[in-house]
Design a protein. Sequence first.
Length: 296
Amino acid sequence: MAGRAYWSGYLKLSLVSCQVKLYSATSASAGKISFNLLHKKTLNRVNQKYHDPELGEIDRADLVKGYQFEKDRYVVVTPEELDAIEIESSKTIDIEGFIDAGDIDRLYLDTPYYLAPEGPIAQETYKVILEAMKLAKKTALARVVLSGRERLVAIEPQEHGFLVSTVRSAREVKKSSEFLEPIKAKVSTDMLAMAKQIIQGKTMAFDPDAYEDRYEQALLALVQSKISGGQPVITKAPERGNVINLMDALKASLEKDRRPAAPSLAKVGKDGGKKPAAAAPKAAAKPAARKKSASK
């Protein structure tokens, strides 16, 4: 079942429109460990309070929004006045035009959303726009009001619907020339050939399910060990040696990738002693697993 819609309104192409809902396509907090602030002596959870220079501690209900137009001078804007501000893109995603798929530099793409039809009546119009954009291989540009500001959005057709991404403005994107300059160093063809060989040996298919947050896992192990009353398990990164010679490092990298996968680390038995893990049969070994082990 779909979660709560982030926005609802209409998708409009010229004179045709349909009701749609916008859903967040990502979750920043899913599966993440979060901490609360406690007092170091009482271990009571502390509360954040609002403080006025004249009145002292005040309630959140007494807060209003103000815009500073001069130093220490504000104009107050009420929620009712903000709600009264409505432009067409407050309730309608009106497609302004189309560009070729992939024309937008990914640096400009920001937050992703799924755009779904609302109800059976909207499905026909929605599907006509979707299938026509697939055939034309086009991405639509439109504007919509989200979180109190009008955003440019890119609407991309997917297999079963639209992916909508907010687009950063030019002033939000820093020019690469501020940080990246032409590199004057010269490299030999031999080093390039070896680097290319290393890259080819590590080529893989992208699988987001295969990647887990190792820091989050180490953090969870620390928390669990403290809950159980044991000694905290602190994970530390392995020490790296200094690379003295680039050619030697490239050769060592190639040699490392050619070696067979290292045997599994010893597993801890029930009695607390270590016993070696049984080696996996050669037939069960997978090339992708060998590459993953070698790249650690």
